[in-house]
Write a protein that binds this ligand. Structure first.
Ligand code: UGA
Length: 436
């Protein structure tokens, strides 16, 4: 099929390359000339394992190209809208400027029978409004098809998702849209991927409620970590024991410095704002507590470092291991790790931070911080080490790996990723989150 993908950021670039990988002819369109130039060379503008490989192979087959001209969408029969919906300035609501601009710019190039497919994460009710705009101005229809890809696994999650959700208009238009989407995802559906066919509102809500649930699960275990901290319990063992209950499951019960990134934090806030607009603010008021618990864990990590420095962080050397919001990503949007580094710097500590991928993005946002490409340079003379992103190169560290460099013998494990027994046996003060 001939497809267009409007918006070539994280979601759009991965979607365009993955659809070409599945055999479609795809044009990715974005207003950002530098981004399009880079993607045309087969270079992703962010770190995502596996993406450079499929970009290169799809471009080589001639099935994938990129453009800054919306007119290049003409001729495609299915158009994915994959632009960003960041948090509005001065409000918790989502900013729909880019979605509206993309749809308005696309409308003149739509043909009768085309399908526009929304993939951006939007407040419930958006699809209904956009459908009105699209059908009034063209013979095209709208479907809502949320994505659930995780950074670090985005290619796999796009090509082999754990489910597909179609939000469709009623009647014959919906049946036609379903047939078009079935053709787009023929390979994925042939692999028995579960499919939920529903209305616009449900499809929009699936996405935000999935992220709200995941955020709640993380904050639940972090709340238990707070209780563990005053009772002497161990939250990691608690999580293991809870996780054996198949109804609960162990995943996303990793207690630590909390969640960040471009999705979970903004999505729970936008959901709260939308529910309030709908007069149902109380239904998701708990998400405000989820947010607060999450932010308290960053305070906790900073406090633990300050305590370890005898309450006097000024001019004390601290090594911060990790800047990305999670491993296998260079994304530092709302990253708890970067936040901890910035706050310690603000308290006057002599912070050196390191990360395998996220230094360039961190430096752009916080040029005042000191960064080290090499782990040993970050560790040099450090009185305290604080691990805040559980990259493999950090989680497998042993005391002998760091002792040649550090001056102190205290490690704060903000992700409960290290083995306390090994560190304590070597004479270190090991401090986890929610662990004795
Ligand atoms: C999240 C969702 O997991 C995806 O399903 C969704 O498609 C995506 O948002 C999106 O809306 O686009 P992502 O932001 O890539 O994906 O990150 P996650 O893997 O969900 O991790 C989010 C944060 O939670 C990270 O900061 C991670 O360190 C933290 N986390 C995760 C924990 O603190 N504990 C855990 O046990 C798991």
């Amino acid at each position: 099929m001939k497809l267009s993908v409007i918006g070539c950021g994280y979601l759009g670039a991965v979607h365009a390359a993955s659809m070409a990988q599945l055999g479609h002819e795809v044009v990715g369109i974005d207003v950002d000339e530098a981004k399009i130039a880079s993607l045309t060379r087969g270079e992703a503008t962010f770190f995502e394992p596996g993406l450079p490989e499929i970009l290169a192979s799809a471009i080589a087959t001639g099935r994938l190209r990129f453009s800054t001209e919306m007119s290049d969408a003409a001729g495609a029969s299915v158009h994915f809208v994959a632009v960003g919906t960041p948090q509005q300035r001065g409000s918790y609501a989502a900013d729909l400027t880019y979605v509206d601009a993309a749809v308005n710019a696309l409308i003149p190039f739509l043909s009768d029978g085309d399908l526009v497919v929304g993939k951006s994460t939007v407040p419930v009710g958006t699809a209904e409004r956009l459908a009105g705009m699209i059908t009034a101005a063209s013979g095209a229809q709208l479907a809502w098809n949320p994505e659930f890809l995780r950074e670090g696994f985005a290619v796999k999650d796009t090509i082999s998702p754990d489910r597909l959700v179609y939000g469709l208009p009623a009647g014959a238009a919906g049946e036609r849209a379903k047939a078009q989407l079935d053709e787009v995802y023929a390979t994925t559906l042939a692999n028995d991927t579960p499919l939920v066919v529903t209305d616009y509102a449900t499809a929009e809500l699936v996405k935000v409620s999935a992220n709200a649930f995941l955020a709640t699960k993380i904050s639940f275990i972090n709340a238990m970590a707070e209780i563990a901290e005053v009772t002497g319990a161990d939250v990691t063992q608690l999580a293991d024991a809870l996780g054996f209950d198949a109804r609960i499951g162990r995943r996303f019960l990793g207690a630590g410095v909390g969640f960040g990134g471009g999705c979970l934090p903004k999505d729970i806030r936008a959901f709260t704002a939308r529910a309030e607009e709908l007069g149902r603010g109380e239904s998701v008021a708990f998400l405000k507590e989820v947010d607060k618990i999450n932010l308290r864990r960053r305070d906790r990590v900073v406090d633990l470092v300050v305590d370890a420095l005898g309450g006097e962080p000024f001019e004390k050397k601290v090594a911060v291991l990790g800047l990305a919001f999670k491993p296998f990503s260079d994304d530092v949007r709302d990253s708890p790790a970067l936040d901890v580094a910035v706050r310690l710097h603000g308290l006057g500590a002599d912070v050196t931070a390191t990360d395998p991928e996220a230094i360039p993005n961190s430096r752009r946002m916080h040029p005042q911080l000191t960064f080290a490409e090499k782990l040993e340079d970050a560790l040099r003379d450090a009185e305290v080490i604080v691990l805040v992103t559980e990259w493999n190169e950090f989680r497998h560290l042993l005391p002998a790996d760091v002792e040649p460099y550090t001056s102190g013998r205290t490690i704060i494990d903000g992700r409960n990723a290290l083995d306390p027994v090994a560190w304590r046996a070597a004479g270190w003060t090991y401090v986890g989150l929610g662990r004795p």
